[in-house]
Ligand binder design. Structure first.
Ligand SMILES: [Cu+2]
Length: 203
């Protein structure tokens, strides 16, 4: 009786083992332990490789943009009360260009319906300009052509981005957030002059 019972138990254990072996991909009756293999469908494998390549491309692109080309993510630089933009001490009371050092400027731009103040800025080629932009009323945006400057101009917040103008020419900027009836009239320009252009004109 006991023998019979033991035999039955052993049989059941063998069956379990065999089942486990099949699941893990091992040889069920060989007694040899084979490393389990994972079956990946052909198309799944292709997509996994495609995604790995895409992630590598994104990583390379972000690294080059951030460290070599100097792209920055626009963020909230500072908060400001939009009702106090004209008060003494506010940098937006008299917006415009300020020279920090030769070739280094900061530009304060006030956005409002439906204009930028100032809407024209002149700088010599090779200048680095940090833009500080805010809105005094509704949501606006600023995009300067051919540069990395593309940010929101929101009431209550100052957006800041820096760029360098190496090539002489006219760089137009526009409001790119719909802000009402005359949104399309909200634009300006940055004139980058050849070094020594003024003297050349005078002669
Ligand atoms: Cu607009």
């Amino acid at each position: 009786m006991t023998e019979h019972h033991d035999e039955a138990q052993a049989e059941s254990a063998r069956a379990d083992e065999a089942q486990a072996g099949e699941v893990a991909g091992a040889e069920p009756h060989g007694g040899e332990v084979v490393a389990p293999t994972i079956h990946v469908d052909r198309y799944e494998g292709i997509w996994m490789r495609v995604i790995a390549v895409m992630l590598a491309i994104f990583l390379i692109t972000v690294t080059i943009s951030g460290f070599a080309v100097g792209f920055q993510v626009p963020g909230v630089y500072q908060r400001i009360d939009p009702t106090k933009l004209y008060e003494a001490g506010s940098p937006f009371a008299e917006p415009g260009l300020r020279e920090l050092a030769p070739g280094k400027y900061e530009a304060y731009i006030r956005a409002q319906i439906w204009q930028f103040t100032p809407n024209e800025i002149r700088i010599p080629a090779g200048s680095t300009v940090t833009f500080y932009v805010t809105s005094q009323d509704v949501q606006h945006g600023i995009k300067i052509a051919e540069t990395n400057i593309n940010m929101m101009a929101l009431p209550g917040q100052i957006s800041r981005l820096t760029t360098r103008f190496d090539k002489p020419g006219t760089y137009n900027f526009v409001c790119h957030e719909y802000c009402g009836q005359l949104h399309h009239t909200m634009y300006g320009r940055i004139i980058v002059e050849e070094p020594g252009a003024e003297q050349a004109q005078v002669q």
